[in-house]
Structure formats: structure tokens, C-alpha cells
Design a protein around this ligand. Structure first.
Ligand SMILES: Nc1nc2c(c(=O)[nH]1)N[C@@H](CN(C=O)c1ccc(C(=O)N[C@@H](CCC(=O)O)C(=O)O)cc1)CN2
Length: 285
């Protein structure tokens, strides 16, 4: 078997075209959604992701507000820049790009964002809403994975899903999302304390690897016909490398690759969160 590709790049382009029409409809009501980003430090990956987010905004008609700060930024300065965005009416939603450098704490910074402007769905209030099954912005990568599977006709209800990685941006919220009644999957969450990861992946209909360990999932760890979604991105001299070894393509039915799979969907879901928030503001007027 040679796996088909879950093409996140193509799907993200379709979603952006849909969002462009919704943004145009908002403009007719005098509303321009504005995405703010707070980027601290020099991490090349973070700079590349934030550049991509603003390129996407320009494509769909969302205004961009860019805050770029040096790695030496103090906690007090970062707090004041986040509070400025909370108070800026042109900014309908914003994100703090993670990870923050040095001693700046990711969780602390996320907690300073106005939950109503939390375009990443990572504020504790919004993660709490996810736990409770209440409406709110959803974390972009988990939402992107569910959308990528759904729009390719891959059913989640009753599926055995094995997620590898328990990080706050992907693994943990993904487990919560997949086990909602509307998704209805059965989830096993593996992490560095898992004794035998392969024992769990071999049982799964869908394997989602978000560990950031190149080539972690090999063909012998995957049930024939399973769907494999790569979320791990490691930058090497040879280019970007995912957690899923290329050999998996010989066993799996579908693979979401790195690059071109979940990454572009993460960005498309960020725009979706921003547009949904602006639409909610429009209907509350
Ligand atoms: N505040 C946040 N920080 C981080 C998040 C997040 O959702 N919110 N997730 C990741 C990084 N990330 C988004 O910010 C992200 C990762 C990857 C991509 C992407 O488009 N990847 C491309 C390759 C891009 C490249 O060449 O570098 C792909 O996989 O095809 C977009 C966004 C951690 N931080």
C-alpha cells in the first residue's frame, strides 16, 4: 500500500478563499478583523510562522498588527504590550507566539490575554470552555487536524486515536477535542512516560505524532491501513523533518506530511478564529 496525502496546503487555500468572502461581508458592515501577533526573540522558526500568519491575513483581507520585541524583553514590558493589544479596538484577536525565550513563562503570558481576544484558544478560560464543551475559540493545531480529517472524509466517531505528545498547544487540547460528543473518538495519549509507545500506536486507526522527535513513528509501529498525521517539525540542515518516518507510507492509507500537512491548517484555523470572533462582534452590535 502507498498512502494518499492529506494535503493541508491545498485545503488551507480553499479555507482562505472561503474566509475572504466572509471578511468581505464583514467589510460591508464596516468591520475589519485585525490580527495582532506578539513575537519575542530571534527563533527562526517563530519568525517564519509569524511572517506566514501575516501573509495569510493580507490574502484574506484581515488587518495585521505586528509587535516584535527583543529576546532581552522584561516580563513587565511584555505585559504592557499585551495589555495594549487587549485595549486596542483595531485588534479583534491576537496571539503570543510560543515558545517565549529565556525566563518569560508561556503560561503566564497566555493568562494576560483578554480571553475574548484570544485567537489561539490557549487562554485558561478558553481551555476550560473546551473541557466543559462550551463554545469558544479552539486551539489552532488541534482544530486544523480535525478539519483536515473531516474534509477528507476520514471518520472520527468510534475511531481509536493514538496521540503522541502532551504539550499545551497540541497533544492535551487535541485529546479534549477528539473526545467531545461531536467527534466521539477514543483517545490514547502517549508521552515520555509511556512504557511502550508501539503497543498503543499498533492498535490505532489514527496515529497523530506531536513529539518533535524526527522519525519516531516507523512502519512497524503502524496498523496496515491506518491514518497517520505528522505534527512534529524539526529543522535540520537537510530541511524540515517530521515525527513520521517515510517508511510509514508503505503501510498507512493516508499520511499528513511535514511540510504541507498540519502546519498550513494551523494557520488557516487561526484566521478562522479571528473571522468567527469578528462575526460575533458584528452580530452583537
Ligand atoms: N501562539 C502559538 N504558538 C505556537 C503555535 C500556535 O498554534 N500558537 N504552534 C506552533 C507553531 N505554529 C504556529 O504558530 C506553526 C507551525 C507550523 C506552521 C507551518 O506552516 N508549517 C509549514 C512549514 C513552514 C516552514 O517552512 O517553516 C508546514 O508544515 O508545511 C505554521 C504555524 C508553535 N508555536
Amino acid at each position: 500500500m502507498t498512502a494518499e496525502t492529506l494535503d493541508g496546503k491545498a485545503l488551507a487555500a480553499t479555507i482562505k478563499a472561503e474566509l475572504k468572502e466572509r471578511v468581505a461581508a464583514l467589510a460591508e458592515q464596516g468591520i475589519v478583523p485585525g490580527l495582532g501577533t506578539v513575537l519575542v526573540g530571534d527563533d527562526p522558526g517563530s519568525h517564519s510562522y509569524v511572517r506566514g500568519k501575516h501573509r495569510d491575513c493580507a490574502q484574506v483581507g484581515i488587518a495585521s498588527i505586528e509587535v516584535e520585541l527583543p529576546a532581552s524583553t522584561s516580563a513587565a514590558e511584555l505585559e504592557s504590550r499585551i495589555r495594549e493589544l487587549n485595549d486596542d479596538p483595531a485588534c479583534t484577536g491576537f496571539i503570543v507566539q510560543l515558545p517565549l525565550p529565556g525566563a518569560l513563562d508561556d503560561g503566564w503570558a497566555l493568562g494576560l490575554v483578554d480571553p475574548g481576544k484570544d485567537a489561539d484558544g490557549l487562554h485558561p478560560v478558553n481551555l476550560g470552555r473546551l473541557v466543559l464543551g462550551e463554545p469558544g475559540p479552539l486551539p489552532c493545531t488541534p482544530r486544523g487536524i480535525v478539519e483536515l480529517l473531516r474534509r477528507n472524509g476520514i471518520g472520527l466517531s468510534g475511531a481509536e486515536v493514538c496521540v503522541i505528545g502532551r504539550g499545551t498547544t497540541v497533544g492535551r487540547p487535541l485529546g479534549l477535542l477528539l473526545t467531545r460528543k461531536s467527534e466521539n473518538a477514543t483517545v490514547t495519549l502517549c508521552h515520555t512516560g509511556t512504557v511502550d509507545v508501539a503497543e498503543h500506536t499498533r492498535r490505532a486507526d489514527i496515529v497523530i505524532a506531536a513529539a518533535g522527535r524526527p522519525g519516531l513513528i516507523t512502519a512497524d509501529m503502524v496498523k496496515p491501513g491506518a491514518v497517520c498525521v505528522d505534527v512534529g517539525i524539526t529543522r535540520t540542515e537537510a530541511g524540515l523533518v517530521g515525527d513520521i518516518d517515510p517508511s510509514v507510507r508503505e503501510v498507512a492509507s493516508w499520511v499528513a506530511p511535514v511540510p504541507g500537512g498540519v502546519g498550513p491548517m494551523t494557520r488557516a484555523m487561526l484566521l478562522t478564529n479571528v473571522v468567527e470572533r469578528a462575526e460575533a462582534l458584528a452580530s452583537a452590535r
